[in-house]
Design a binder for this molecule. Structure first.
Ligand code: PGA
Length: 250
């Protein structure tokens, strides 16, 4: 049995006081939740505040990106070691916004993923096709290639740190969620690709999250699908009430 995860990706939202206010409102609502792991990914500047607020709760903290080198002359970048030092246990890697606007490629995703896993940080690695790729029937090939190129050279010990998030780009921030059927079809294809690269046991253990306009009213139908092991939530994770409602999807 794979343990479900609900993760919130705040993107470039929330100052430190806003972060504290979010946790003050969220924690009482989710104190008794046992059925899933809960992850929140604030911007770098709010990580320390979030770690402090989440201390002693069931929430763990993620970064939104990481660099693959341990340290060095890389202005603006943050390393695995630094994220662990601040108290993060996860990082997102290869989000489609990083791929579209900041030059992220499968090659940099691979370097970051290997560095995160080697350093003991859990990596939520994002894959997903553009609208034009879905419309032209290329979605499966695109995602398979992203998995092969970005996640194809991990060591057996890296694998326990890897989570994949399938986020069709046409569903992100658009209010247009993939149907549970479309998402489940891609999740099964990702699992099969993983089995081909590694083995059945690694593929069975791999947690695959869906992301793209997840809301309190569509989470339950998505979570019913066998291959969907959780959600990476953007917009709806910014509001403590809607994020709590998603966490309580069952
Ligand atoms: P959304 O974003 O839930 O606002 O569509 C998801 C994501 O980008 O991770």
């Amino acid at each position: 049995m794979r343990r479900p995860i609900i993760a919130g990706n705040w993107k470039m939202f929330k100052t430190r006081p806003e972060t504290s206010a979010f946790f003050d409102a969220l924690i009482p609502q989710i104190q008794d939740i046992e059925h899933c792991d809960i992850v929140v990914a604030p911007p770098y500047t709010s990580l320390a505040t979030a770690v402090e607020e989440a201390d002693g709760t069931r929430v763990t903290i993620s970064a939104q990106d990481v660099h693959w080198e341990e340290q060095g002359p890389f202005t603006g970048e943050v390393s695995v070691k630094m994220l662990i030092d601040v108290g993060c246990t996860y990082t997102i890697i290869g989000h489609s916004e990083r791929r579209q606007y900041f030059g992220e490629t499968d090659e940099t995703v691979e370097k970051k993923t290997r560095a995160a896993a080697a350093g003991g940080l859990n990596a939520i690695v994002c894959v997903g096709e553009l609208l034009a790729e879905r419309d032209s029937g290329e979605a499966l090939n695109v995602v398979r290639r992203q998995v092969q190129n970005g996640l194809g050279r991990l060591t057996p010990s890296d694998l326990s740190h890897i989570i994949i998030a399938y986020e069709p780009v046409w569903a992100i921030g658009t209010g247009r969620t993939a149907t549970p059927e479309i998402a489940a079809e891609m999740h099964a294809a990702i699992r099969k690709t993983f089995a081909e690269i590694y083995n059945e046991a690694a593929a069975d253990a791999l947690r695959i999250l869906y992301g793209g306009s997840v809301k309190p009213d569509n989470i339950a139908a998505l979570m019913k699908k066998e291959d969907i092991d959780g959600a990476l939530v953007g917009g709806a994770s910014l509001d403590p009430a809607s994020f709590a409602a998603i966490i309580k999807y069952t």
